[in-house]
Design a protein around this ligand. Structure first.
Ligand code: PHE
Length: 441
């Protein structure tokens, strides 16, 4: 069977950027940046993105393109004992999907609420009532079906087409909301919280290490590293595309959208005197309060939730594709069958995760409810292990010369930098994230 391919370089870059730009940019980045010293964090994040993110991104795409296979077979093709590295990715993609689809479902619910009259109630009580009930299961399934319909259509006809449409639309919607947000009285405080360098955040070496670790974790999550998504997307890439250029653009788009998200969300949150918070609280509790106080708030609510939905869909489909390409290649299944199996499996696990806020909240694993546990598994365990595996595979086993050649690194300076990062800096930094997140547990 001939493998489907991206129809153009731009299509690939937009799809990969679509995978990268997700909930991590919109609800995590603005808050983490604000809390960790504002501009100081943003500069540190940018440097780490270039020094750590880009090389790992390059490595994953190179593994994918060189082998043209799913993550497990790709890693095994490069070293016969390394299939398990891709296995972390496949397992990780499944785990992330089990909760990403539930949040996707919440977004659909809120979008529909804004399309049919808006949120007038106390937003915190409404969120609590909704998430502890049964309906998130239904909305989660709707989100999963939406993603399945896209991935069934394949790479160029499904994922690429949707990314070409959603990514520019997301950007335009963001600009509209930023203009509105910045024009609000009192919004300047939000910009200050986000952008003003606050050196008091780094008074000791311990503070510095904390900020560094949060920035590194955010780089990995935000660029979708360690989860096999870029190996999978890279496998559909032709030889003409320069991986170096692609890695640069993907990281740049991801960074710009994260900064724009801060400018969109924080001024609005501050203008309404709402305490900024990360996670679901911001998207589903703080933003509805903002929209309730705005003239034309419902329209802005629709734009906002549509934008978040687009970001979530383009990330979720990249995770689905990791699983689907694995089933297609390993079990010689048709795309349709493989997509149906994957969405059924994800649904089976996401139902208890959806209910872990309400009827199943008493189920605890290591003191965490199911939702927290799935988050822990993906972010703290599988993602760092996957990324560490990738750097060891490329740095020591496959060999940095080969990767440089595949990635189009020609200058000796580029090659040397890549070699020292992937062999030494990346594994050390990932190990530090790993250790601190366990100690801080
Ligand atoms: N990068 C996505 C985000 O920022 C999340 C993600 C992680 C998607 C890993 C795919 C793989 O939300």
């Amino acid at each position: 069977m001939k493998k489907d391919k991206w129809s153009s370089e731009t299509g690939f870059i937009l799809a990969a950027a679509g995978s990268a730009v997700g909930l991590g940019n919109i609800w995590k980045f603005p808050y983490i940046a604000g809390q960790n010293g504002g501009a100081v964090f943003i500069i540190m994040y940018f440097i780490l993105l270039l020094l750590l993110g880009v090389p790992v991104l390059l490595s994953e795409m190179a593994i994918g393109r060189k082998t043209g296979k799913n993550p497990i077979d790709a890693c095994r093709a490069l070293h016969r004992k390394c299939g398990f590295i891709g296995g972390f990715g496949i397992l990780g993609a499944f785990v992330i999907l089990s909760y990403y689809c539930i949040i996707g479902g919440w977004i659909i619910k809120y979008l529909l609420m804004y399309m049919t009259g808006g949120v007038k109630d106390n937003s915190a009580a409404l969120f609590e009532r909704f998430t502890t009930g049964f309906s998130p299961v239904i909305y989660g399934i709707i989100f999963t079906l939406l993603c399945t319909l896209i991935v069934i259509k394949g790479i160029s006809g499904g994922i690429e087409k949707i990314s070409r449409l959603f990514m520019p639309a997301l950007f335009v919607m963001m600009i509209v909301l930023i203009i509105k947000s910045l024009s609000l009285k009192g919004g300047g405080e939000g910009v200050k919280f986000f952008l003003l360098p606050d050196f008091t955040a780094i008074e000791s070496a311990g503070d510095f290490l904390n900020i560094l670790v949060s920035a590194m974790g955010q780089v990995f999550f935000s660029l979708s590293l360690g989860m096999g998504t870029l190996i999978t997307y890279g496998a559909y890439l032709d030889r003409k595309t320069s991986l170096k250029k692609a890695a640069f653009y993907i990281s740049l788009i991801d960074f710009v959208i994260a900064v724009l998200a801060g400018l969109m969300v924080l001024p609005a949150v501050f203008a309404y005197d709402i305490v900024p918070q990360a996670g679901s609280g911001m998207v589903f509790i703080a933003m509805p309060q903002v929209f309730a106080g705005l003239t034309g708030g419902n329209l802005f609510g629709i734009i906002f939730f549509l934008l978040v939905l687009f970001a979530a869909v383009t990330s979720a489909i990249s995770l689905f594709e990791v699983l689907i390409s694995f089933l297609i290649e390993r079990f010689k299944l048709k795309r349709l069958a493989s997509s149906v199996i994957c969405s059924a499996a994800v649904t089976a696990v996401s139902v208890p995760v959806a209910l872990s806020f309400g009827s199943l909240s008493n189920i605890r694993i290591m003191g965490m409810d199911l939702f927290e546990f799935m988050n822990f598994l993906s972010d703290k365990l599988l993602m760092p292990l996957g990324a560490l595996g990738i750097s060891v595979l490329c740095g020591y086993l496959w060999g940095t010369e080969e990767v440089s050649e595949e990635a189009g690194l020609k200058k000796s300076w580029d090659k040397k930098l890549y070699r020292s990062i992937i062999r030494y800096a990346a594994p050390v930094m990932i190990a530090v994230i790993f250790i601190t997140s366990f100690i801080g547990l």
